[in-house]
Each structure stands twice: as C-alpha cells, then as structure tokens.
Design a binder for this molecule. Structure first.
Ligand SMILES: Cc1cc2nc3c(=O)[nH]c(=O)nc-3n(C[C@H](O)[C@H](O)[C@H](O)COP(=O)(O)OP(=O)(O)OC[C@H]3O[C@@H](n4cnc5c(N)ncnc54)[C@H](O)[C@@H]3O)c2cc1C
Length: 388
C-alpha cells in the first residue's frame, strides 16, 4: 500500500489533516489504534476559533446537529467558594461542549468521505525511513508513504520512534468522567480551584456533565473523594485518565515528517484550546504537504507553514503559562479570583483573548457572584449577586 501521506492518529489533528490532504487530491491514509467512536480525556469544550476550520471542512452544521450544550458563561471559583462569572460570546459561533466520542467520530468519518483511507484498530509500532517511510503496525501490516504525520497525541509513538519525544514532566495527572448533570447547573463552564488542584465542569447535553480533575499523583485520590461527595458519585465511579499534562514541544516540521496537535505541543487544559490547535495545525500541515508533493518550492512551502504555525499561537502562549502557574499553585489561582472580584478587567482580557472569535461578540460583563463560603452540592447552591 503506497500513499502520498500517512497520518498516525485520528483525533482532531489527524482527521483534520487527513480531510484537507484528501481534499487536495493526495492519496491519504489515517491510522488510529482505537475503534471509533471512542471517548477521550478532555473537557469537551470547543473554542469558538474552531468554527472557521469546521466551515472549511463543511462540518460546522453537522457539529451543531450533534447533541451539545451552548455555553454562555465561565465561572472561576476560588478555594473558599467565591465565584467570578464572565459571559462568553453568544450567537451561532459560540463556545459549545460536545462529547469527544461524537465530535472525533464525525471528523474521522469526514476524512473518509473526502477520500482518505481510514484504518481503525491499527497501532503503529515501527518505522523505517528509506526515501519515504515504511510503517509497521501491531498486526504485522505494512504501509508505505512519501510523507509521515505524527498526530498521535501527547505521548506520540512517532516522536518516540524518531527519538524526538521530550522527557515528560510527570508532575500532574488528569481524571475525567461523564456524570449525571446536576439540576440547575446551567449552561456554564465551572473552573474550580481546590487545595489539591482544580476541577473543570461543563454540561455536554441535557443529561450529562463533563467532570475533569487535575492534581498530582499523591493528591489525585483526595480530588476523587471530593468529586464523589460534591456530585454524589458512587465509590466505583469509572474514570478515564491521562498524563503528562505538560511537556516540551516537538519541532513541527522535519524532512518528510510533520507533527501536529498534541504530538507537537501540549497546552494547558485549563484554557480549553487544544482542539483548536489540533484542527488548525492539521490544516496547515496539509497545505504545506500538498504544495511540496505537487512540486512547488519546498523551502517556501515550509517557510509559509512556519509563519502560519507561529501565528496560530501568537499572543496566546503567555496566557497558557499564566494559567499553568495558577493551577500549579491553586491558592495563587484563588487569590487571582478574589482580585478579579473587585477588578475583573484582567480576567475579562484573558478570557476574551482565549474565546474571542471573528464571528461572535465577546461580552464580558464581569458580573461578580459570592457563593456560600461552605458550598453545598452544586445542584442546590445558594448564590447572592453583588453589583460589580
Ligand atoms: C484534562 C483535559 C481537559 C481538556 N479539555 C479541553 C477542552 O475542553 N477543550 C479543548 O479544546 N482541549 C482540551 N484539552 C486538550 C485536548 O484534549 C487535546 O489538545 C486534543 O485532544 C488534541 O488532539 P490531537 O488530535 O492532537 O490528539 P488526540 O486527541 O490525543 O488524538 C491522538 C490519537 O492518536 C491515536 N494514537 C496514539 N498512539 C497511536 C499509535 N501508536 N498508533 C495509532 N494511533 C495512535 C489515539 O488513539 C488518538 O485517537 C484537554 C486536555 C486534558 C488533558
């Protein structure tokens, strides 16, 4: 089997890249070790920046047709229960939350519709470089491709096989589950600092809430017990888990080899932007590969790729670093929430930078809400508004 491009990983990065490569007329294969639909450790929130890429894939309406929640606000909750609530952009291109099983399956099917060869339950285990690439899979099958794309996530096998995977910082671990949606939760994202880490919560449909917990290996069981009490979860609640939450980036373009999405750069989950970077970097790599394979000047195609790739992150990475600093020291993060109570402009600025999109109006009203000092279950928590 000889392909122009073999893409390893069928998450948002790999499927987006496969769809754009197939659209450009390239013989494209996408390989994923899982059988789709499959869930994934994620907050399930789609940043509004995703919409233009989804439009170009003619998928925006089909994403809106999936069960989802339209998110109208984000609540930052300090350790002592104080909350600052900011409005999110409204309109058709607002932030939504949708289960990754549904979203990723739609994207992978779209790549197939556009002509990509989709190989599920196909784990890549070996690589040989010889002009192009020889790709070995766990079942013993071989594929040959002129270009190889590592879109296989934060623990990228491709980066590992090429001796490019940085040592992971095993400082934190994330747990995630879909649980029954508490009554009166509303259509909001809650980002809650806790003494041992933080929790992210977002409704994904009428009946389910996405619950994420992020802590260190020694504290994660305390966070799990907190979640059991807070949301009345059974003691045998099943959790999905992932680590690391942070690692150094891998350079995205090499000789006949690209890395995209988390395989290239892992961003702090707190800001909920990883899916956007995955979709967009997939599109950018596909554009560059199409130019190179049809014989355009390789150097100028790569220059254009590097410029657009850097542009994608411009003005956003410092917010990522700031968020990481806050979540690594939850008391500092909580202090920030208290400061934002009297001066919400900095939080408005940061949130606006993360969620603003060209087609929606960001309206951060900075409404400030003081929660009960000892918050009871989220479903019945009393709140009193304080004028900003
Ligand atoms: C706790 C948490 C919360 C998050 N919340 C959000 C959020 O709300 N919004 C947001 O935008 N981002 C969020 N993110 C980030 C987001 O999940 C990632 O950035 C996104 O999934 C990256 O997509 P990707 O396609 O690069 O990788 P992935 O989605 O990880 O896909 C990689 C694919 O590669 C496959 N694969 C791996 N190894 C192999 C192999 N050897 N052979 C074949 N296939 C292989 C895997 O099966 C997988 O399907 C969160 C992350 C975490 C940890």
């Amino acid at each position: 089997m000889l392909f122009d491009v073999a893409i390893i990983g069928g998450g948002p990065a790999g499927s987006s890249c496969a769809a754009f490569c197939a659209l450009a007329g390239l013989r494209t294969a996408v390989l994923d070790r899982e059988k789709f639909p499959r869930e994934k450790v994620c907050g399930d929130c789609l940043n509004p920046s995703c919409w233009p890429v989804l439009e170009r894939l003619e998928l925006a309406q089909r994403v809106r047709d999936l069960p989802h929640s339209m998110l109208n606000s984000v609540a930052f909750i300090a350790i002592d229960g104080y909350e600052v609530i900011l409005d999110l952009p409204s309109g058709a291109n607002c932030e939504i939350s949708v289960k990754r099983s549904l979203f990723d399956d739609l994207l992978l099917r779209r790549a197939g519709e556009l002509g990509a060869d989709v190989h599920e339950q196909t784990t890549v285990t070996g690589l040989t470089r010889n002009h192009g690439w020889k790709i070995e899979t766990a079942s013993g099958r071989m594929l040959h491709a002129r270009m190889l794309i590592g879109a296989d996530g934060r623990n990228s096998t491709i980066a590992h096989l090429c001796n490019l995977l940085p040592l992971p910082a095993r400082e934190r671990v994330a747990l995630q589950a879909h649980i029954p949606r508490p009554r009166n939760f509303g259509n909001r994202i809650a980002l809650q600092f806790l003494p041992e880490g933080y929790s992210g919560q977002a409704p994904v449909n009428e009946s389910e809430l996405n619950l994420c917990l992020v802590g260190t290996p020694p504290t994660i069981s305390t966070l799990r017990k907190w979640a059991q009490r807070q949301f009345d979860l059974p003691s045998n609640q099943a959790w999905r888990t992932v680590t690391p939450l942070t690692r150094s980036p891998v350079s995205s373009a090499h000789q006949n080899l690209f890395f995209i999405g988390d395989a290239a750069r892992v961003v702090e989950p707190f800001t909920g932007e990883g899916i956007y970077y995955a979709l967009r970097s997939g599109e950018l790599a596909a554009n560059a590969i199409a130019k190179i394979l049809r014989g355009d000047d390789r150097n100028s195609a790569l220059r254009e790729f590097h410029r657009a790739y850097a542009e994608m992150y411009r003005g956003r990475l410092w917010i990522n670093r700031l968020s990481r600093a806050a979540v690594l020291r939850p008391r500092l993060g909580s202090l920030f929430v208290h400061i934002a109570r009297t001066n919400p402009s900095i939080l408005k600025l940061l949130t606006g930078k993360i969620v603003s999109s060209t087609n929606s109006s960001f309206r951060a009203n900075g409404s400030v809400v003081k929660a009960a000092t000892q918050p009871s279950k989220l479903s019945g928590r009393g709140q009193a508004s304080i004028p900003p």
